[in-house]
Design a protein around this ligand. Sequence first.
Ligand code: UDP
Length: 140
Amino acid sequence: MAVERTLSILKPDATERNLTGKINAVIEGAGLRIIAQKRVKWDAGDAASFYAVHKARPFYNDLVTYMTSAPIVVQVLEGENAVAKYREIMGATNPENAADGTIRKLFAENIERNSVHGSDSADNAAQEIGLVFQESEIVG
Ligand code: UDP
């Protein structure tokens, strides 16, 4: 298996409830290394460009409003099979369907306020990391 990188976001519901350390403990406990991390507050333009792929979806406007409602923590995670591994430990989009022990099962409030984002493919990971981080901010 290859060492990969993926983009993670600890979403507004996580920062608001002071859960970033608890979520990072799950990430690190699964063997993923946090090789870049910063706390930022997105404006509507930031959220719109990040979620452009969802522009036609019915939840898009609410998602942009939510993602700009409070600070977020953006991260680059590195490890064996990091893209699939992080998706696995995140759990299903809707926490009602998320497996026991996953981040969303443990912490998410609902299908929108679901605590974390993780890239869904290696190609999207590279694109999303490039959107959010300078190469100099990533220290592997
Ligand atoms: N989302 C939502 N309602 C939905 C589906 C998704 O509010 O019915 C939000 C939710 O925050 C989700 C994000 O939009 O994490 C992106 O959706 P996607 O289907 O890509 O899910 P993910 O890859 O985050 O599991």
